[in-house]
Design a protein around this ligand. Structure first.
Ligand SMILES: Nc1nc2c(ncn2[C@@H]2O[C@H](COP(=O)(O)OP(=O)(O)OP(=O)(O)O)[C@@H](O)[C@H]2O)c(=O)[nH]1
Ligand SMILES: [Mg+2]
Length: 208
């Protein structure tokens, strides 16, 4: 990262089933002639010290992105916390010294270009363990800054306690919340349905 903030990896969460869109990989759906994942990578790559892709099934379908593809380390599609756990455990095993991971959803084509800086700065300013993003008065806990050292506690919560909701896990820690303006385009707009894809196509001309 081009600052004096701590080294931070980024994980793109693409581990969901995309049921509201009829299944398949939402990040591979196209907007403006490119996969949503291309938009996500273009926005995140300059901000971080390495990108990971969390996805289940055959990693070969993502080969052209040339990213490490890491599967959920727990079975049964328990939700985005599984992808966050995958990233924290991968980072601990493969990138010694990196203490922070930012997660972003793979269906968000307009992510802020200052996402990591602002999450890290808020976390430091508040003396927090974690930070999450918000816009338009809504918190988006899938987009957050996570401490690698909390991986065992997260694994315990997921596996032993069957905890699923991100909010229920973050409530256990000191949490910073960082808001972004949602005009002209909500940077956390996410494409969940085919109608959302059409909406994203319209918004792409207005996004920065
Ligand atoms: N690793 C992992 N990520 C998940 C899981 N479920 C959802 N996600 C991710 O969490 C983010 C937000 O989830 P949704 O927008 O609901 O995506 P989804 O679950 O694929 O879609 P629906 O089935 O329509 O709800 C997306 O980036 C998903 O890829 C899961 O079980 N494992
Ligand atoms: Mg979504």
């Amino acid at each position: 990262m081009m600052s004096n903030l701590p080294s931070t990896l980024c994980v793109v969460l693409a581990g969901g089933l995309g049921r509201r869109m009829g299944g398949g990989d939402k990040p591979m759906r196209e907007i403006g002639g490119r996969a949503i994942l291309d938009h996500v990578i273009e926005r995140l790559e300059p901000q971080c010290d390495g990108l990971l892709l969390n996805a289940n099934g055959d990693p070969a379908r993502f080969a052209r992105f040339r990213l490490p593809v890491i599967a959920d380390p727990v079975e049964g599609y328990p939700g985005p916390l599984a992808g966050i756990l995958a990233a924290l455990e991968w980072t601990a095993a493969n990138r010694a010294g990196v203490e922070w991971v930012v997660s972003a959803a793979g269906d968000c084509p307009f992510l802020p270009r200052d996402l990591i800086t602002r999450l890290q700065e808020a976390r430091l300013a508040d003396g927090a363990d974690l930070a999450v993003a918000a816009s338009g008065g809504q918190v988006h806990p899938v987009i957050g800054l996570w401490k690698v050292a909390l991986r065992d506690e997260l694994r315990h919560a997921l596996v032993e306690e069957d905890l699923r909701k991100i909010d229920r896990w973050t409530a256990r820690y000191r949490l910073a919340t960082v808001s972004w303006p949602h005009e002209p385009v909500d940077p956390f707009f996410n494409a969940n349905t085919l109608d959302d894809l059409a909406e994203a196509e319209r918004l792409t001309t207005q996004a920065d």
